[in-house]
Design a protein around this ligand. Structure first.
Ligand code: ZN
Length: 336
């Protein structure tokens, strides 16, 4: 069997004809396997969904209990047979519950890694290398210029700013699934024990992380009625980036806007977004992680998707590993 026969791009997403399922389809399908809960990968309206417990829970929190027809839970490492195709989910280290999906038939194994990272992140299970014939990798930061710094060093910048500007409310933009919880956990690991105020949009997923054993410390609503700007003086307030352009942000005392994202490597992006304190904290691989992972797995073939496909394809070719871009559409990188 050729790899293309086992798994190939179709209009709705990556499709496995033998098992009649899609991985992270971008439109409603009869059977979907979902790598993780970010909106560009996990959509509502599928007939049946197979995913990790956390991803199913996260989809329910975001879309409601009727987000799909039928759901099935996959534990990490468990082999599940779908029409003669063995599928299994393995930790991707991206956000809570995130998984790579291994698809195997007649001795051929393809691993669709979804979004993944190699750096330490105490809010989710670390990435696990899965030997495979074909490795499908993301390439969100697939250019040699992308080197993500140590997250604790980035968090140190925020703590330094809090000391320098004790009157100012420090507003930290962070996507609601994964990044927000990671930022809060990082703050705690860097010794920041003060209450952290969160925008209401973050509460359901923060509560869920806490219920899964991720200690986020003292969290308080930043949207409490009757609060005055003085209440948030010198405090860290975490909210979705979109909230900072709303009236909500104006309640704070001399707000200092920070944003935690891998894209903060690109100065232009920080400037355009009015970000005073860019924090380069990413839930994706940087260039050394991407190339290091491919070297480690040494697959026969690499398929590159969502992001800067061409540079990584070129790198693989120079390293003697056949590679090609997949050109899947519809992945917008919600949680960089
Ligand atoms: Zn993601």
């Amino acid at each position: 069997m050729k790899p293309d026969q086992l798994l190939h791009p179709a209009p709705a997403g990556l499709y496995c004809p033998a098992g009649d399922f899609y991985i992270d389809p971008v439109r409603p399908v009869a059977r979907a396997l979902i790598t993780h809960g970010h909106a560009d990968h996990a959509r509502a309206g599928h007939g049946a969904v197979l995913a990790t417990r956390e991803t199913l829970d996260i989809m329910q929190i975001r879309y409601g209990a009727d987000f799909c027809g039928a759901r099935q839970m996959a534990a990490y490492g468990e082999r599940i047979d779908l029409g003669g195709v063995a599928v299994s989910f393995h930790p991707a280290g991206h956000v809570l519950g995130s998984a790579q999906i291994a698809v195997e038939k007649d001795g051929l194994r393809i691993v669709a890694s979804g979004d993944y990272k190699r750096g330490a992140d105490p809010t989710c299970t670390p990435y696990e290398p899965v030997p495979c014939d074909v490795f499908i990798t993301e390439a969100t930061f697939g250019l040699p210029v992308f080197h993500h710094p140590e997250p604790k060093a980035e968090m140190g910048k925020l703590l330094t700013s809090l000391r320098q500007f004790p009157e100012r409310s420090h507003l930290v933009g962070a996507y609601s699934l994964g990044k927000a919880q990671r930022v809060i956990r990082l703050l705690r690991d860097c010794g920041h024990d003060a209450p952290v105020y969160i925008h209401g949009a973050l509460a359901p997923l923060c509560d869920y992380y806490i219920s899964r054993g991720i200690d986020l410390g003292d969290l308080r609503p930043a949207t409490a009625e009757g609060s005055s700007p003085a209440d948030f003086r010198g405090a860290v307030v975490v909210g979705p980036p979109s909230a900072f352009s709303e009236r909500w942000a104006r309640r704070f005392n001399e707000p200092l806007v920070a944003f935690a994202s891998g894209w903060m490597m690109v100065r232009q992006r920080a400037k355009q977004g009015g970000v005073e304190l860019p924090l380069v904290i990413s839930d994706h691989c940087d260039w050394p992680e991407l190339t290091g992972t491919i070297r480690e797995l040494a697959p026969q073939d690499v398929w590159v998707t969502h992001g800067r496909e061409e540079a990584l394809v070129r790198w693989c070719e120079l390293a003697g590993i056949p590679a090609r871009p997949l050109h899947l559409v519809g992945y917008e990188d919600e949680g960089d």
